[in-house]
Design a protein around this ligand. Sequence first.
Ligand SMILES: [Zn+2]
Length: 288
Amino acid sequence: MTPTTFIVLAASLAGLLFGSFLNVCIARLPADESIVSPRSRCLSCGHPIRWSDNIPLLSFIALHGRCRDCRARIPWRYPAVELAMVAWSAASFLAPGHLLAVQGVDIDVLLGSFAHAAGLFLLGFFLIGLAFMDWHTGLLPNEFTIGGLCVGLFFAGVESFFVPSVRVKTFFTPEEVFIAHRFGAALAGWLLLWTINRLYTLVRKHRGMGAGDAKMLAMIGAFLGFGQGMLALLLAIAFATAAAVLLLVRRRANSSTRLPFGSYLATGGAVAAFAGPQIINWYSSLFR
Ligand SMILES: [Zn+2]
């Protein structure tokens, strides 16, 4: 087995375990329930789920998507979240996996790549969770938005250790610039959506986006920086607009229908996380 294959397989396994835990968070956090106890129960018959029926993905397949006791359907969300987390995790660790196979790669570059992948992995955990929670309940719990923001800023600190040091003497070190950029991106994201929110509330006299969307964009900025954070927002607006037009055309919505903007922000964040630098490079090349 090549090092790359090993890293991607290990990452997929970690994704499966985190995806399983994420399902518990999605089911319980919006309802303000504990994510530690009680043990998982069938939503239909309330029977506690045996550990052997609680193995991510495999149990769902073995049980044909039904509860062993009452044969009620297990929501498709459970395997979907686990699969999404596996795919996200594998994609996150692909870059350091490839680096590992390169002969004589600089150790700081390699460690930096792993630090970034670990941050990306956790960003996926928060984004997938928030996407499903907003979709199902219209809520973006602080445990995930503010919690994710804190984790993102922590990873900005971790990644700053591996920022290549430049020879040019400046007042600030490259590490300080790196950390300040991520903090600034988080603050800018929050401030931008907070302001839009206030203006909208003043004009329309009812709330458009929630405060959770602003905290969520701050989190994306903390993990990805300013450019990719803004890209995530622009993509989210594009996706949400497309969805709104589609719903209006099919007469499935009217002007007061609430769109789960957090779900679109998560989708925008996913594209920005993996294709962001390429998209930004392509866009800026149009003006050269
Ligand atoms: Zn049951």
